[in-house]
Ligand binder design. Sequence first.
Ligand code: ZN
Ligand code: ZN
Ligand code: FE
Length: 765
Amino acid sequence: MRQRIYLKIRGIVQGVGFRPYLHRTANACHLVGWAKNTSGGVEVQAEGEETDIKAFLECLTSSPPPMSCIEDLWTKNMEPLNREKEFVIQKSSKRLEATLIAPDIATCKDCEKELFTPSDRRYQYPFINCTNCGPRFTIIRDLPYDRDKTVMSEFHMCPQCQKEYEDITDRRYHAQPDCCPECGPRVFFLDAAGRSVLGDPLTTARHYLSHGRIIAVKGIGGIHLACDAFDPQAVERLRARKHRPEKPLALMAASMDEVRKICLVSRDEERLLTGSARPIVLLKRKDAALPRGISFSRRIGVMLPYTPVHLLLFAQDSPGLLVMTSANRSGCPVLTDNDQAADVLSGIADGYLLNNRPIENRCDDSVVMAVDGKKCFLRRSRGYAPAPLIFHDRDFSGICAMGAEQKGSFALGRDGHVFLSPHIGDLKNMETFDHYQTMLDTYMRLFKITPKFLVCDRHPDYFSTQAAREMCEKKGLPLIRVWHHHAHMASCMADNGLNTKVFGIIWDGTGLGDDHTIWGGEFLEGDYESFRRVGSIRPIPLPGADQAIREIGRIGAALLWDAGLKLQAAPLPEEKLKAVSVMLDHHIACPNASSMGRLFDGAASLLLGLNQITFDGEGAMKVEALAEDVPVFHKDSRPPYPVTFYMDQQVRRFDIRPLIRAVVSDIEQHISGPVIAGRFMETLCHMALLQTRALNSRHLPVVLSGGVFQNRFLLCGIKQLLTLHGFTVYTHDRVSPGDEGVSLGQLFIGANARPGMEPAKKEGI
Ligand code: ZN
Ligand code: ZN
Ligand code: FE
């Protein structure tokens, strides 16, 4: 029977080859009708035999264009017209063009094949792309997404490219970055002194790499430093030159086969690795020969090539595994500019593989791990940003949430869409803060968002708070200030689409609490509107405040002092230990922090004899790494170390003193580090369970958030234990549990607060 249907499709369906796809699919299904872009997405009317229409819909839902993302597909049956001859693409007015931007997508299989086909006109051309792959966000200057509004405007299409571009049956129909060796950008190679090196740039680059040299490689959203990952000397040189002694280095492997040679890969992990976003995926390495210098941990970050330049780097006899670490000045955002690269990387890079296609929007690699069938983001950036998170039947229009500080981020609302910034970094760094403000401006311009009110952290000194205050003053906008851990809790609720009251286990490093002390080991109860702190851990004094965060031996000493033990077990020089002991005895410059992150720091210092740390989270990562091979604990086991609580006003606190005494006693009895680390974390899992049973008798859904839940042991352990005891546990999937995810929570709390009536303004800042 003949049928006609009317379709409305919403999502990322413009600028991703959706109309040509519809054209092709409709033809293949023998349908007539039309498709056109509208302000809301794409509209289609299709007519044909019932079975053909079914097949058409089936295609649409099961295999849409790779770069598209269908949020919503709405259908209605209509009366057949019985008069059309073919399926046509109707012209849309410019005004109605796309309002969403696709993230950058890894080179597709078709392009990869052409890249290595000698007869192809784009054979070994490092900028090959098509409608289904290539740069998007990183090249866009403005919307609507047209070539003249991208960095490609500087390159004029040759007639052949133009022909492909205009041919609806071609894979490059309306592919804005389309180009070829005739008309497109080109790569070039410079030596350490910045002199141009003759010959094929990629051959030179491969030669450099296979001879142990370090080269800068300009990718899609930034510049990397690369060297042969199997060459211990090259790796050491890179570490020494970059002044990066400990922080694990990310790797890029030529193929899945190469990944499997060095790592164990689950199906979820493989899906992440090979997916079009191509993030860095944390994998468990095998005992294969990899230089120790790559990482102290058995978890290493690996990604697959995602641009033609990367694919060509791995061609022929080059190493199958490269170190690929972001090139930047210490603490600064990843480099994107050729001249700046030569300047900043002088003395670090032995050569430069650059190109003349500018990077308009910086976008660092994303970092993710697969846990229990979900993603756990450590960094949500390239391949994900700026695709929005979508919340149907909600309206976030004009809300601008400014995020936290150390892992800066922002979230902007428009209708039911939330646009999250790509990875920004630590806003305390001036250049990073500039990057944050530039990116915020870019997002507001691209997505046409005019803030109606702002939401920020309650911490008055955060740079994001200051930026919010300034913007509000300048534009006369209301400001809503949100407690840090409330925002974490709301972030995990939003991530899981929860609207009810929840019980939040919020563990992180630092955040200002509503008693104006530092929190980070919290048990909260609440919703988007409000929260109550019901549990926590015993506060830890931090001798020297911020100094203790860098010199974690001080925290070790504080834990010993608090537990009534001898301070000598702390890894501090004698002089310093004396000073710290005086500070503790007299409560001088020792702010209290009920922070799980700091508890990990202190434990790391005692367990590993570690004092100075070189990057944020090093202590916690090393404790986790130590227990990597400790088998997952028995589900109905008892806590290995004592777990006791006490009431402090209305807050049920975990007493860390018996835990520390037990750890120290095990250290003194020469129990192995991995065993102690395992017992330590297992005890914390049980502590979470006991708190939840005591404080969440109503069995509210439990959300886990805060940077500490990037610790796989705790994340899995607590989820398992709580689930076993009948609790429903929600973890993050679409945003990071760490401070990068805070902006999403702020936005949701802001959306609920109805500005104008909010208390923040009355109190003043
Ligand atoms: Zn392609
Ligand atoms: Zn061309
Ligand atoms: Fe936090």
